[in-house]
Design a protein around this ligand. Structure first.
Ligand SMILES: Cc1cc2nc3c(=O)[nH]c(=O)nc-3n(C[C@H](O)[C@H](O)[C@H](O)COP(=O)(O)OP(=O)(O)OC[C@H]3O[C@@H](n4cnc5c(N)ncnc54)[C@H](O)[C@@H]3O)c2cc1C
Length: 482
């Protein structure tokens, strides 16, 4: 992603982009869920969506279904995009909070175009007319991250990036400044550079190992530290959403691609053995495994600075948050976009570097809080769930929850990724129910509100039923009929 964007936007500036990768080391080999801003990244690069869907075996994603996170057997949906429409400037969820007990109202998800289409396994692109329910559909992709990497590598090479296959065995630094000056490869080649983007994964070869930037550990809030993953056969109907199912010591993702289903069980090794985690995964697949399960180890947290000296870390080398809300690839995209916005001139400016670091911290922390939120209000009985229910949470999250508990109010601060509808869906989904609602709702006649709500709901439902099945829509995309 970094090489693609830098070569695309720096082509012609006289800078040379060199991409070093090692097939012997390989990539982490997971990462299949994305969120809607990926559309913006692909669009900036000028990628054709049909070609991208073909190259990455992508399917459309409308949100995430959470199963068993409050109690076994209970489900809720975190939709992409908005919920309902405001009335008199009042956010829709406030109307729902007041009237939710009325027999005609139903679940909050019934007022989301994305959630309603997902429930019917249907998909279509957004309508242009803002009055149409379909204008509110929002989507991202499930894709094969390795294929996306290959696709973007070819893209970067087309824009002049030079790709070198080789293993970095030594990092050379300037004796005075500590700046990285060159990388030595296993065949003794030496690659010199002015700015180094560390995309070396969990090793954090330049930022962590060479420059010694410390890792801020968040495992006391996010104790899951392992995942066992396996691909299984594709099943039909193809679901246009990710499923996340809670298990005794963690949770399991299910991500449908065109040619297979990606599955992974994320768990806390303090609460479950690797063998048991593997058994849970294999016992709960909904189709035959088509590969051997793989074990991955990780730690939640981030490097205290992403940009140090002339090294900018992105991806796993900068930090890791479990893939509960598919945010890692987004954080790479965000880092790439920020770096382009602050790209250094002949020398590195400390104030621009600090701005980059500030922006990255401001992005990681609210996402961390949003992920912790999923663990908090669970009603499960296992020791893992008891621990995460009782843990102290960051003040920023405690404030958000306390504010919501009063009158259901949520505000989006600064550079927060997740907007109000996401917080509302997950707070209510996790059974955090406010004691009241916005008193301004009382200024609206109940009958009028209920009528407007019923119209909205039926608009989403009728529209969803007219959409093609997601699997048919993908076929049409692949055959160029879309
Ligand atoms: C269990 C799990 C599930 C995930 N699910 C999601 C998800 O659903 N959605 C999402 O957005 N993200 C997800 N992620 C995160 C996502 O996988 C990563 O953000 C993404 O793949 C980028 O990884 P990376 O490039 O930082 O590291 P890697 O994929 O590890 O790549 C590191 C690269 O550096 C090279 N390298 C390393 N050392 C050297 C060396 N010495 N010499 C030369 N080259 C070297 C390697 O060859 C490789 O090309 C998940 C992560 C995990 C662990």
């Amino acid at each position: 992603m970094a090489a693609a964007a830098l070569s695309r936007f720096l082509a012609g500036s006289g800078r040379r982009i060199v991409l070093i990768e090692s097939e012997a080391i390989g990539t982490v080999g997971v990462g299949e869920g994305t969120i809607p801003p990926i559309l913006e990244f692909n669009h900036q690069l000028g990628l054709d969506e049909a070609e991208f869907v073909r190259a990455t075996h992508a399917t459309y994603k409308l949100g995430i279904e959470f199963a068993g996170w409050t109690h076994e057997g209970e489900r809720y949906f975190h939709q992409f995009g908005v919920i309902g429409r405001p009335l008199n400037g009042i956010p829709f969820h406030q109307l729902w909070l007041k009237h939710r007990a009325h027999r005609s109202v139903g679940p909050l998800a019934a007022y989301s175009m994305s959630a309603t289409a997902a429930a019917h396994h249907r998909f279509a692109h957004s309508a242009k007319d803002p009055d149409e329910p379909l204008s509110q559909i929002a989507y991202a992709f499930h894709f094969d991250a390795a294929a996306y990497g290959q696709y973007l590598r070819r893209f970067a090479e087309r824009f002049g990036a030079e790709r070198i296959e080789g293993r970095i065995v030594e990092v050379e630094q300037d004796g005075e400044t500590g700046f990285v000056t060159a990388l030595r490869l296993d065949d003794d080649r030496r690659v010199r550079g002015d700015l180094f983007i560390d995309c070396s994964g969990f090793r954090s070869l330049l930022l962590g190992q060479t420059l010694g930037v410390p890792f801020e550990d968040w495992t006391h809030w996010l104790p899951c530290d392992r995942a066992v993953t396996v691909a299984s056969a594709r099943t039909d109907p193809l679901l246009p959403y990710t499923r996340s199912t809670a298990h005794p010591a963690g949770w399991q993702w299910r991500i449908p691609l065109q040619h297979r289903t990606g599955n992974g069980h994320v768990y806390s090794s303090a609460h479950m053995s690797d063998e048991d985690a593997r058994t849970v995964l294999l016992d709960t697949l909904d189709s035959e495994p088509i590969a051997e399960p793989r074990l991955l180890r990780f730690k939640a947290g981030r490097r205290s600075r992403s940009w140090e000296a002339n090294v900018v870390a992105m991806g796993l080398s900068a930090g890791f948050l479990e893939p509960l809300e598919s945010t890692s690839i987004h954080l790479i995209q965000h880092a790439v976009q920020k770096l382009l916005g602050l790209f250094p001139g002949a020398a590195i400016s400390p104030v621009e570097r600090d701005e980059f670091n500030r922006a990255m911290i401001a992005s990681y922390e609210p996402i961390r809080d949003f992920i912790i939120l999923h663990y908090l209000a669970n009603g499960r009985t296992e020791p893992f769930w008891k621990q995460v229910r009782e843990m102290a949470v960051p003040d920023s999250l405690a404030h958000k929850i306390a504010l919501f508990r009063e009158h259901g109010r949520v505000f989006r601060y600064n550079e927060e990724l997740f907007d109000v509808p996401s917080w509302v869906a997950v707070m209510l989904g996790q059974s955090i129910v406010p004691s009241g609602y916005d008193p301004l709702v009382d200024a609206l006649p109940d009958a009028e509100v209920l009528r407007a709500m019923a119209e909205l709901r039926s608009g989403y439902e009728q529209t969803a039923l007219r959409l093609p099945l997601a699997s048919d829509y993908i076929e049409r995309t692949l055959s160029g009929d879309q």
